[in-house]
Design a protein around this ligand. Structure first.
Ligand SMILES: [Zn+2]
Ligand SMILES: [Zn+2]
Length: 250
């Protein structure tokens, strides 16, 4: 399986698009923030997406959806599109799309299918199996595991340290984890609902993932060497800090 890092940024980063992944084997887009949509066309993956997983209802993970849907309408998309997310996903997507472009969501010209997921859900998408765990961020937050032929990819979404994600990510080939800030900064700002590099490294060490990719890094985090140093306090496996457009094969 291959992951494309469509975007790797946090909410307000002037240098990176919002964190957004594409898993070709599942025709699956993972998150669709306000600043990710341009990158979806730039990477020429827009016609390969059949399903979108929304990790939680925050703008840097969702506000690209109204733009994506309307551009699909303009380009006369015919294939149905399935959107996965927490309880209330359909109302949430309808509400933000209605605010952005009133009276359009029912005139898209293709079928929109919504599926609510929870920690017990298991879905077969194309040749892959998807499973989920509740994340420690907001009520609608879930992490996802994508599996095919004994290979797997896990994406945490935004989260603090989370035992459920450790369980979901057990022995995975790659854990793509949000790594918002340094442990020192996290303590100073009392950030409970995001991960420090250290808490991310502990999650990676405890789930024994083969590789760890850091995304959603704060724009103020400084140099990558300091980030790597903090990760290496707890995690010794392969470490990636991907850039937009990078691919990784498991
Ligand atoms: Zn968030
Ligand atoms: Zn976020």
């Amino acid at each position: 399986m291959k992951i494309k890092f469509v975007g790797v940024g946090e909410a307000f980063d002037e240098s990176h698009a919002n964190t957004c992944l594409f898993i070709e084997d599942a025709s699956l887009l993972v998150d669709c923030g306000a600043f990710a949509v341009q990158r979806i066309w730039k990477e020429d993956i827009h016609n390969k997406i059949n399903t979108i997983f929304i990790s939680h209802f925050h703008a840097d993970h969702t506000f690209g959806l109204p733009v994506l849907l309307l551009r699909y309408r303009e380009e006369k998309r015919e294939a149905s599109l399935t959107i996965l997310g927490a309880k209330g996903i359909e109302k949430y997507v309808r509400d933000i799309t209605e605010l952005a472009y009133p009276n359009n969501i029912d005139k898209l010209g293709f079928e929109l299918i919504f599926k609510e997921i929870n920690s017990d859900s298991s879905l077969n998408i194309e040749s892959t199996t998807l499973s989920f765990a509740k994340a420690e961020h907001i009520d609608s937050s879930f992490a996802i595991r994508i599996e095919k032929d004994s290979k797997s990819i896990v994406y945490s979404g935004d989260t603090g340290y989370c035992a459920g994600i450790v369980e979901l990510a057990k022995d995975t080939d790659i854990l793509v984890h949000e790594a918002y800030t340094s442990q020192k900064d996290k303590e100073a700002k009392e950030l409970q609902k995001h991960s420090s590099f250290l808490s991310c490294a502990l999650c990676a060490a405890n789930c024994a993932c083969k590789s760890l990719a850091l995304v959603h890094i704060s724009r103020n985090s400084g140099n990558p060497d300091a980030i790597k140093e903090e990760i290496r306090l707890a995690y010794k496996g392969t470490l990636l800090i991907p850039k937009e457009g990078d691919d990784f094969e498991v």
